[in-house]
Design a protein around this ligand. Structure first.
Ligand SMILES: [Zn+2]
Length: 248
């Protein structure tokens, strides 16, 4: 089966004089969350409500070197997950991440200007490291109700009916190209970026979040089919606590 190598340039803005604090390094801030009532996990939690008029200019470069190979689909009970074969990488500035999996939330976890969406997909990438705390880069993709989505159609019928079961996929059966092709040229590589956390336990605060500006479409039936399997699995939005959101 033919393999596709996609090189998608998501961003290439480099500011000569960056006025914002660098997001690199990602040292876990030492925080005393006991001083904030109800705050259990820290000050850099996800998801968030992205106020699109309160962002700064982004300064990160991201390249995806994507081998279009998704090897399995899992019904995890609380979500539907697609597992990538090894080999696809994502490079942010000079840091390499490996594609691991993508999964779904119904409804969306991130909000744009207070508005939620019926579906959000998370593409989870992990930095190869021997550190005990993994470093993540997650791409969030929002879907509104509309036309049938070809990418979702690639796997919808293949989702195992029973929870906690995995089904192998034929090479090329699920194609990311179907998703990428639907992005209009002017919105390719446009995203909101901030520092946050996993949205499920242990809520680790080592996630570089990129939420795509393009709102994808999926049909009512596709969204309902995913929701019927995973239920309502969105975490509520978390406080910003002074974090900056940048965009390009
Ligand atoms: Zn997620």
């Amino acid at each position: 089966m033919r393999q596709y190598l996609l090189i998608i340039i998501l961003g290439c803005i480099i500011l000569q004089h960056c006025t914002t604090t660098s997001n690199e390094g990602f040292t876990q801030p030492k925080t005393d969350t006991t001083l904030v009532p109800g705050l259990q996990h820290g000050f850099e939690q996800s998801p968030i409500n992205i106020i699109t008029t309160a962002t700064e200019e982004g300064h990160h470069t991201i390249y995806l070197y994507f081998q279009d190979s998704i090897k399995a689909i899992e019904n995890k009970g609380h979500t539907v997950q697609l597992d990538f074969k090894e080999g696809s990488t994502l490079i942010q500035d000079d840091t390499t991440f490996e594609f691991k999996q993508c999964h779904f939330h119904t409804p969306s976890e991130h909000l744009l200007d207070g508005k939620g969406f019926p579906l959000e997909m998370h593409i989870v990438n992990i930095m190869p490291s021997t550190d005990s705390i993994p470093q993540y880069l997650v791409i969030g993709i929002l879907f509104k109700e509309g036309k049938r989505n070809a990418f979702i159609d690639d796997f919808l019928q293949a989702i195992p009916k029973q929870a906690h079961q995995t089904k192998d996929l034929a090479p090329g059966q699920v194609s990311f190209q179907d998703l990428v092709d639907s992005i209009p040229h002017e919105l390719k590589g446009k995203f909101y970026h901030y520092r946050g956390s996993l949205t499920t336990p242990p809520y680790t605060e080592t996630v570089r979040w990129y939420v795509a500006k393009h709102i994808f479409e999926a049909s009512k039936e596709q969204i309902e089919a995913l929701h019927a399997i995973e239920g309502s699995n969105a975490r509520q939005v978390q406080g910003l606590y002074g974090r900056k959101i940048d965009e390009k």
